[in-house]
Write a protein of this length. Structure first.
Length: 281
């Protein structure tokens, strides 16, 4: 069976993980009608193209290649413009979905009229395999996803499903914080309805704060979110109270993230070793 969902997968130098991401889509208990892989000027784009061409036609699978790297926002926007289904779901090329992700999310949104939904996400899947999560499933519960929710959480875009007709484009001027800004813009609209599924339905095999203790990445995340908050306030997408609350929360969280990265780096790297950052999103 299929559902009216376009899956958008941006990729940049991620041919080594793209097949795993695609396998998780093809392994869904309810298949989407189409998948759009958008390569954002990768050096390994030909490898990614070969990978997508190897899949069966059970799902319409399109590969779109951009000659120039323009960032994940631009890549997702290309996918949004090319999509043909009334619902959009986003998956990063180094993430995976659990088997019932689309079935649960799509049924909830279509039967209860939600415009937007998110669900739980797990980092470090190699330390606790996906099957362990699936064995310990509890009854599905939900909570409202309001204009305040993204200010309190740092949710992953691979958990998002949204009605296409309500979707906004990602801000291409932002390299970080672009997803947070887009979802705050959506939730600020009158009558827009969001829901949060309290179940882990997606994850990654990487740590939550960088692979090798990259404090400069954490700083970029912090600056991107702060800039997104300023833009949202200037555009009247958030209230003065939300701006102050979001800014204060981010100021508190930033040093905590830095500390976690340093502790993780110390734990996983032998003394005197050094790892270069990965050239991915």
């Amino acid at each position: 069976m299929t559902c009216d969902v376009s899956v958008i997968i941006p990729t940049y130098n991620s041919s080594s993980t793209l097949q795993r991401a695609l396998d998780s889509v093809y392994g869904q208990s309810l298949l989407p009608l189409e998948i759009i892989v958008v390569d954002d000027g990768s050096e390994d784009w030909a490898d990614s193209q070969r990978i997508t061409a190897s899949y069966s036609d059970a799902i319409t699978l399109r590969f779109l290649h951009q000659e120039t790297n323009c960032g994940v926002s631009a890549a997702r926007n290309v996918g949004i413009r090319a999509s043909r289904c009334p619902y959009l779901a986003f998956l990063d090329s180094d993430d995976v979905w659990f088997r019932d992700k689309l079935a649960l999310q799509y049924e909830l949104m279509t039967t209860q009229g939600f415009d937007f939904s998110m669900h739980g996400y797990r980092d470090d899947l190699h330390t606790r395999p996906q099957r362990d999560h699936e064995r310990s499933l509890h009854p599905l519960s939900c909570s409202p996803f309001t204009r305040w929710t993204p200010l309190l959480r740092n949710d992953n875009t691979s958990t998002v499903m949204v009605a296409r007709k309500k979707m906004v484009f990602y801000d291409t001027a932002l390299r970080r914080g672009e997803d947070f800004k887009a979802y705050m813009e959506l939730l600020s609209r009158q009558g827009f309805r969001g829901i949060y599924l309290r179940r882990i339905l997606a994850g990654a095999f990487k740590p939550s704060l960088g692979v090798a203790g990259l404090s400069r990445d954490v700083k970029a995340m912090h600056l991107g979110r702060m800039l997104a908050l300023k833009k949202l306030f200037a555009e009247d997408s958030i209230s003065p109270l939300q701006f102050l609350f979001g800014t204060a929360t981010e100021i508190v969280k930033y040093p905590v993230r830095l500390l976690r990265v340093r502790l993780r780096t110390r734990a996983i790297q032998p003394r005197g070793s050094f790892s270069w950052p990965l050239t991915k999103y």
